[in-house]
Design a protein around this ligand. Structure first.
Ligand SMILES: [Zn+2]
Length: 295
């Protein structure tokens, strides 16, 4: 069942302007990305939380640009990567080797650090086309929400509170809320501090089941939470599943390579280029990539 209220991000601002926030909810988009690989449940959860994180960050893209989040370490899941493109295209995958699956399933409680292992970190890259900016934080705390909060506090000097929730009682649903204290510009310091305390306390009362409720639309959810203070709800931005691995693009990359490198890619008379995001192969003949058949 498609969830028409999901696959969107809704920005909001509390009355008074001291606190803003965003609610993200993913349904079919999360399901499509997760079902492309047969992930162990903990890995599916980690990937979904990172999709939420990338979706939340993508609200900051002002024009063409890509937010990429990578989680890397030396443990059972050495890499998870997700990205969000301006306009709402999301993609992502987790690197899971077959020999690690039993050990991943033996991890009792979900913990990103336990999965990603020694040296785990979270890197967030913004590539605007003209500029590339990267912030890195250790993957500390027990959740991606904690890591994301640490990223905002340490790299962006922003006060935020993040909550992420997941359900897999049918197709995947994933949702999150972030509240953020606005920079204090000439406002009454005590009033801003009070508004921030209120926003954190009230958003902390939101249950995972409310966040994930397919029958509760986001404006109604926000009104339920913040009706005492008053809340401005902005137009949502929608998400879709997207990848940049078109056959034409791959062909362009292949034919741009040196002849000897192209020849090295031929196995059993063909070139097989696999996209992990889509879990799909594009097969080319040697002739198609500018080699003669005998290569
Ligand atoms: Zn792809």
């Amino acid at each position: 069942m498609a969830l028409p209220l999901f696959d969107s991000l809704t920005p909001f601002m509390l009355e008074g302007g001291a606190v803003r926030g965003r609610v993200i909810r993913l349904g079919a988009v999360a399901q499509t990305i997760l079902e492309r690989h047969d992930y162990p449940p903990h890995v599916a959860r980690l990937l979904s939380e990172l999709l939420l994180a990338a979706g939340m960050l993508s609200a900051n893209l002002k024009s063409e640009g890509i937010f990429t989040i990578q989680v890397r370490g030396q443990g059972l899941v050495p890499l998870v990567v997700v990205d969000a493109v301006y306009g709402g295209q999301l993609r992502g995958y987790a690197d899971v080797q077959a020999e690690s699956i039993a050990a991943i399933n033996a991890v009792a409680d979900y913990s990103p650090r336990a999965l990603v292992g020694e040296g785990a970190y979270l890197a967030i890259t913004l590539d605007s086309g003209e500029h590339r900016y990267q912030g890195i934080v250790a993957l500390e705390g027990d959740s991606v929400a904690d890591a994301l909060t640490a990223y905002f506090v340490n790299s962006e000097q922003l006060d935020v509170q993040v909550q992420l929730a997941l359900a897999h009682d049918g197709p995947w649903r994933a949702a999150g809320i972030m509240v953020e204290r606005m920079p204090n510009e000439g406002q009454d310091v005590e009033a801003v501090a009070e508004a921030w305390r209120y926003a954190k306390a009230v958003s902390g009362t939101l249950s995972d089941s409310e966040l994930l409720d397919p029958l509760l639309d986001t404006p109604a959810l926000l009104y339920r939470l913040f009706h005492e203070q008053g809340v401005w709800v902005y137009d949502p931005q929608s998400f879709s599943v997207g990848c940049r691995c078109s056959r034409e693009r791959i062909l362009g990359i292949l034919t741009g390579m040196k002849l000897e490198d192209r020849a090295d890619m031929v196995v059993d008379g063909k070139v097989d280029v696999h996209c992990q995001f889509c879990n799909k192969s594009e097969i080319f003949s040697p002739e198609e990539i500018g080699l003669s058949a005998k290569n």
